[in-house]
Ligand binder design. Structure first.
Ligand code: GAR
Length: 187
């Protein structure tokens, strides 16, 4: 079995899509869901799915502390960030080289970087009058949203559409393509 660890900060609809996709898999298992937010909906989803879920604070996330040691002990085949809003630390990027991926709700390299997350991204896309947006699945490196791109998928942005409407279209792409991409990287 290939082992996947998920990191998420919020409601976790992507985490849910991934959980559902691999629920009956004989090749890929979601072994742990980690969140920086003890009240994150994603931990409820973990519980409902029978997957261990754990929240952590800044201390536990520091080098040589509990999350680092836990990940070293698990030695996952892939670490998947799904709406994880803290910077992923450099020592973990180095320890798990080419094994950490993220999904971003826009077509990088546009609309990425610090502070560009969730609805802020879609607001910027609409304000700029873009005619398309989409998703970018990429490896995580030491800089926000700058790792090598694995896959991009697009959707239209029509005149008059709100950031919320664009967000809904983009989220649909995320749910469809993130699980598939995880599978293709592992099998
Ligand atoms: C997703 O749209 C994801 O792309 C975005 O947060 C949302 C989480 O939704 N991530 C970022 O903006 C990272 N920069 P979810 O909790 O329902 O999966």
């Amino acid at each position: 079995m290939k082992k996947v660890v998920l990191f998420a900060s919020g409601g976790g609809s992507n985490a849910q899509a991934i959980i559902d996709y691999f629920k009956d898999s004989r090749k890929i298992e979601i072994v742990l869901i980690l969140s920086n937010n003890p009240n994150a909906g994603v931990l409820e989803r973990a519980k409902n799915s029978g997957i261990p879920g754990l929240s952590f604070n800044k201390f536990a996330f520091a080098k040589a502390n509990s999350i680092h040691l836990l990940l070293q002990a698990i030695n996952p085949d892939l670490i998947v960030l799904a709406g994880f809003l803290w910077k992923f630390p450099d020592f973990l990027v180095q320890d798990f080289e080419q094994k950490v991926i993220n999904i971003h709700p826009a077509l990088l390299p546009k609309y990425g970087g610090k502070g560009m997350y969730g609805i802020h991204v879609h607001t910027a896309v609409v304000a700029a009058g873009e005619q398309e947006s989409g998703i970018t699945i990429h490896y995580v490196n030491e800089n926000y949203d700058e790792g090598a791109i694995i896959r991009q998928e697009r959707c239209s942005v029509k005149p008059g559409e709100t950031p919320q409407q664009v967000a809904a279209k983009v989220l649909e792409l995320e749910h469809l393509y993130y699980p598939q991409t995880i599978e293709s990287l592992l099998i």
